[in-house]
Design a protein around this ligand. Structure first.
Ligand code: SAM
Ligand code: SF4
Length: 324
């Protein structure tokens, strides 16, 4: 079982058009966010009582949280040690990569939708491409491996740039993963008919590269992996909308304010924060109570996300507060 997030914060220093409005959002008040020690307790419960084997810290932007190295170091000292990863926009990574690697970070996903400066600035509403590219090199130098690049394509903006992005990733030794845009934007502007599908991406990439199925087992990876020109380079397609993989999903998400979400698209959440803060129980019974409530949420996980059903309801929390 993997714990995708904890979402360490809902705040972010970019404003990607498919995620957040230009003016940002009403951020969670600090007192509602889990403290370092509350997060540590939940990490311990997740690993020791729920058998979580991999923890991915995300956000909002996880690098904005100053205690990230401390949380990584804590998680890496747990027994059994979980695999540790982050999903980040890469801003500030050039300064932090070494400390994160030393604290126990194993692998990293960096979001990068274009290697063209103007396109990158148009998507993120910030002219910061150079910072992200520097961060990627720093992560590689720090020995973090693998480095995966998450890219979301927007029609008329960067949908024709997938081949250039793949060329960049192959040259640098990064694994590109292209994610279909999902109805999780804060502005509720997602439009199925405008969405760039995985099939479209494939046919565009095939104009420049030879792509064949990667024979290695997919396990619970959301990405369908393809070998590029016979390998070893690969490209992954995360077709959450057109080819859902809900049956193989082994993730559970925890928000920055301590709510368990058993699906990215869940409309209900399970409150661990009130248990953490209001209980008055002795530490061992509190850990057991948290684990029991967390488990109960997992048993209620729906069979599928329902995006393709006419009764689909977009969750109130946007992607930036859920973590991706
Ligand atoms: N800020 C960090 C980042 O961008 O990597 C972590 C949080 S972000 C919400 C996690 C991932 O979700 C990113 O790779 C981002 O591209 C992706 N994402 C955001 N909004 C999305 C949407 N509407 N559909 C698909 N992916 C989305
Ligand atoms: Fe921020 Fe990540 Fe959302 Fe972009 S995708 S606005 S970097 S949270």
């Amino acid at each position: 079982m993997k714990a995708q997030p904890p979402t360490l914060t809902d705040r972010c220093n970019l404003r990607c058009v498919y995620c957040m409005p230009a003016e940002g959002l009403d951020w969670l008040p600090t007192r509602q966010q889990l403290s370092t020690s509350e997060l540590q307790r939940l990490l311990r419960v997740a690993v020791n009582k729920l058998g979580i084997e991999e923890i991915r810290f995300t956000g909002g932007e996880p690098l904005l949280r100053g205690d990230l190295p401390e949380l990584l170091a804590y998680a890496s000292a747990l027994d059994p040690r979980p695999r540790l990863s982050i999903t980040t926009n890469g801003l500030g990574l050039s300064r932090k990569a070494t400390a994160l690697a030393r604290a126990g970070l194993d692998r990293i996903n960096v979001s990068l939708d274009s290697v063209d400066r103007a396109t990158y600035a148009a998507i993120t509403r910030r002219d910061r491409l150079a910072d992200v590219l520097d961060g990627l090199i720093a992560a590689r130098t720090a020995g973090i491996h693998p480095i995966k690049i998450n890219a979301v394509l927007t029609r008329g903006v960067n949908d024709e740039q997938a081949p250039e992005l793949l060329e960049y990733c192959l040259a640098e030794g990064f694994e590109l993963r292209i994610i279909e845009q999902m109805p999780l934007d804060a502005g509720h502007r997602w439009d199925r008919s405008a969405m760039v599908t995985a099939d479209e991406v494939l046919s565009r990439l095939r104009q420049r590269f030879q792509l064949t199925a990667d024979p290695r087992p997919r396990n619970n990876d959301p990405a369908e992996r393809l070998l590029v020109d016979g390998g070893p380079g690969t490209v992954g397609l995360i077709a959450s909308v057109t080819r859902p993989f809900c049956g193989d999903c082994d993730r559970v998400r925890l928000t920055a304010d301590g709510m368990v979400r058993n699906c990215l698209f869940a409309n209900e959440e399970t409150d661990l924060r009130s248990l953490l803060r209001d209980s008055g129980q002795d530490p061992e019974s509190l850990d057991d109570a948290i684990a029991a409530r967390w488990r109960e949420s997992l048993w209620q996980k729906a069979a599928g996300h329902g995006i393709n059903s006419p009764t689909f309801l977009q969750p109130t929390r946007p992607m930036s507060a859920i973590g991706g």
